[in-house]
Write a protein that binds this ligand. Sequence first.
Ligand code: PMV
Length: 304
Amino acid sequence: MIQATAPGKVYLFGEHAVVYGRPAIACAIDLRTRVRLFSSKREGVHVGRGRAVESVHRLPYLNEAVRLVEEVGGQPISNVKLKITTSIPTGAGLGSSAAVVVATIGALAYGFGLDIPREKIAKMGHEVERRVQGSASPTDTHLSTFGGTYIMPERRRLNPPMCSMVVGDTRKSGSTRALVGMVRELKERYPAVVDGIMDSIAALSLEGRALLEKGEFSELGRLMSINHSLLGALGVSTPELERLVHTVMGAGAYGAKITGAGGGGCIVCLVDEKDSVEVVDAIRRTKARAYPVHPAEDGLRVEG
Ligand code: PMV
């Protein structure tokens, strides 16, 4: 049996603006997806999640991942079963699809004796997301492959935020594709207004990078809250996300924002260690889910 795991991520700054080439900062987190690979008598590739087992053809991300490994490896992938477990909420801005794609490519490459370098795995993961979603930034698949904290699109590794982070999950999911489309429409209609917002988000990413290097986390949180307000101005927040942001700020967080496309999904906040239990409790009192998370320095891990 071969096992591969890969992490999810949060955006500290810059989602949506990164679609237009502006800088963004994302951090891999210690919520991971695990893919175990077993040989099987059955032809083809089958996938087990919980008790259900189905053909990979029914699962677009995994199906494309298998096809791409076949293309790159030049050999058919068959007679295997993948078992998937995850601690990453799905469709919630935490990079769950990238994690499952990267872990699947890692497990198959190892299992079929293909020597695929990490850079290539990250590229393949991005290609799978593009094929399935139509468009995708390389952020999620890069972070799932390499772990760490990065400024994108230049892919420079930064110091991780060494303070408590808490994710709050509204339990509703937003469609990244629809939200990116909505922002595009707004930008086309009011370019001067939206470009100004994108430029401000870019400035926040650059200030944020300097604060990360200095380890000034309360200031970093303050800038994340400004980024959140700008995401609100772009129209991607929801009453549930606003409620979570107000809740964690009331419980003492340094700052809080949407992570990912918005329209539902999650917020992430930075908080002093001593206040993190209060922040988690406050989120849970609203009936949302809370996940205390830590930066993950490790990306894809494969064990034989
Ligand atoms: O919701 P997620 O984790 O897929 O993040 C989307 C981030 C966007 O900047 C809105 C889109 C992208 O592809 O970068």
